[in-house]
Design a protein around this ligand. Sequence first.
Ligand SMILES: Cc1cc2nc3c(=O)[nH]c(=O)nc-3n(C[C@H](O)[C@H](O)[C@H](O)COP(=O)(O)OP(=O)(O)OC[C@H]3O[C@@H](n4cnc5c(N)ncnc54)[C@H](O)[C@@H]3O)c2cc1C
Ligand code: FES
Length: 267
Amino acid sequence: MQLETASILEHRDYGSGYRLLRLAAPQIAPQVQPGQFVHLRVPRLEASVLRRPFSIFRAENGVVTLLYKAVGHGTSVLSAATSGEPVSLIGPLGNGFPLDLPAGRVPVLVAGGYGMAALYLVARRLAVPGLVFVGGRSAPDILCVEDFEALGWQVHVATEDGSRGVRGWVTVPLDAWLAEGRAGRTPEFYACGPNSMLEVIGQRALAHDWRAWLSVDRHMGCGVGACLTCVVKLKDADGTWLWARSCKEGPVFESRQIHWDRAEEEA
Ligand SMILES: Cc1cc2nc3c(=O)[nH]c(=O)nc-3n(C[C@H](O)[C@H](O)[C@H](O)COP(=O)(O)OP(=O)(O)OC[C@H]3O[C@@H](n4cnc5c(N)ncnc54)[C@H](O)[C@@H]3O)c2cc1C
Ligand code: FES
C-alpha cells in the first residue's frame, strides 16, 4: 500500500456514461493485483475529507487506469479534472481475486455495471481464457466487451430491455450455459456487480459446491481498515458469524463466507 500523488495523463468519455481516467502512478501500478482498488482524493473537493474507492481497471507501465461513472457530488467534481492535474491515491488496497485456478476448471466472470472494469485484470492475468457474462439495463450499460474479446474470452451479454444480447438478467445466458454449454466442466466464478447479482451467483455456486469469488461494494470511509464503515457479515467455519472489513479483508470474499441476509439489508 502506498500514498502517491499521481498525475492525470488522460481523462475522457468512455461511452455508456463512464469516464476513463489514466494516472501516472509508478509506485502503485507495479503492485496491483486483480480486484484491488485505489482510494482517491477528488481534486478541487477541498470541503470533503473522504476519499472515493475505485477498482483498478488496468495497471501497466507505471500507469493506473480507472473507469468510473459520475453518480454523485464527488464523481461529478472528479469528472472535471484535467490532464496534468495531481490526484492523491492510496493503493493498491484490499484483497483481490485469487488467481490459483485449480486444473480443469473453467473461469467464468460475471459482471454488472463497473464490474467489467474490476474483472478485466482477472481475465488478463489468468493462465487460461474463459467466459464472461455481463448484464445491464440496456445496450449503453454494457462496458468493455471488446477488451475481453481481444484477450480471447467468450462474452455473453444480457440486457433487461433486449437492446443488446439476450433479453433478461445476466442469469439467462449464464443458466443456459450451465445447463447446456458447460459439458461437465466445473466453473470457477469471479463476480462484481450489484449485491442482488452477487447473491444469485453465490446461490448457483453453493447449489453445486462450486467456488464463487464475489467482490462486494460497500460505502467506505477510510479505505484502510480503521473506521469500520465498510463491514460485511461473514459466516465462521463453526456456523457462528463475524464482521469483516471489505476494504481490508475484502472486497473479494468466497460466497460460502457471506451472510447474505445481512448483506441484503445493507444493500
Ligand atoms: C471497492 C469499490 C470499488 C469501486 N469501483 C468503482 C469503479 O471502478 N467505477 C465506478 O464507477 N464506481 C466504483 N465504485 C463506486 C464509487 O466508489 C462510488 O460511485 C463513488 O464513491 C460515489 O461518490 P460520489 O461522491 O460521486 O457519490 P455520493 O455523492 O457519495 O453518492 C451519490 C450516490 O452514489 C451512491 N454511492 C456512494 N458510494 C457508493 C458505493 N461505494 N457503492 C454504491 N453506491 C454508492 C450513494 O448512495 C448515492 O446514491 C466502487 C466502490 C467500491 C466500494
Ligand atoms: S472503510 Fe474504514 S474500515 Fe473499511
